[in-house]
Write a new protein. Structure first.
Length: 67
């Protein structure tokens, strides 16, 4: 009972990347202008440029495969 608990090392932080064009955010967290979508149980992030281009499809809830 007196043994120390060792926690696994934290993985290195990765930057968030747009799933359409590959633009990288400047931090781990997506900027507030980016859109997050959950498709097939997977989170996908889209930069503000891609989001503006495909806003009608996004609002229509079409999967990104249809864009």
């Amino acid at each position: 009972m007196d043994e120390e608990t060792h926690h696994p090392a934290q993985p290195a932080a990765e930057v968030t990347v747009c799933d359409l064009c590959g633009t990288a955010a400047e931090s781990v967290h997506a900027p507030p202008t980016w859109i997050c979508s959950v498709e097939n149980g997977r989170r996908q992030y889209f930069c503000d440029t891609c989001a503006r281009t495909h806003i009608r499809a996004i609002e229509g809830r079409l999967d990104s495969a249809w864009w």
